[in-house]
Design a protein around this ligand. Structure first.
Ligand SMILES: [Zn+2]
Length: 92
């Protein structure tokens, strides 16, 4: 079994492993599912900053790695934080 897997990796014609366009990315684990004790708090500016980019935009799921349920929670929390002026709506 192990030998067969090795052969596949050494085969340069096997495009799925070699074409960078179709390279599979390692599946990210949702940070909120992984740590059950971690609670999203919209008043926690440091935590909220992790889910926004330098322009103040909310990061997409492919960047945060969050599951759909938690991504919705993150979005809501960031929007709340913006409203109480903890996070900026935009930045230069
Ligand atoms: Zn999750």
């Amino acid at each position: 079994m192990a030998e067969k897997k090795n052969n596949r990796k050494n085969n340069k014609n096997y495009d799925e492993d070699y074409n960078p366009k179709f390279r599979r990315m390692r599946k990210k684990v949702c940070p909120l599912c992984a740590d059950k004790n971690l609670k999203l708090d919209y008043k926690n500016a440091e935590q909220m900053k992790k889910f926004t980019n330098d322009k103040g935009k909310i990061l997409p799921r492919r960047a945060t790695g969050a599951c759909s349920i938690h991504q919705r929670d993150i979005t809501l929390a960031v929007k709340r934080a913006r409203q109480i002026a903890i996070l900026p709506y935009t930045q230069e």
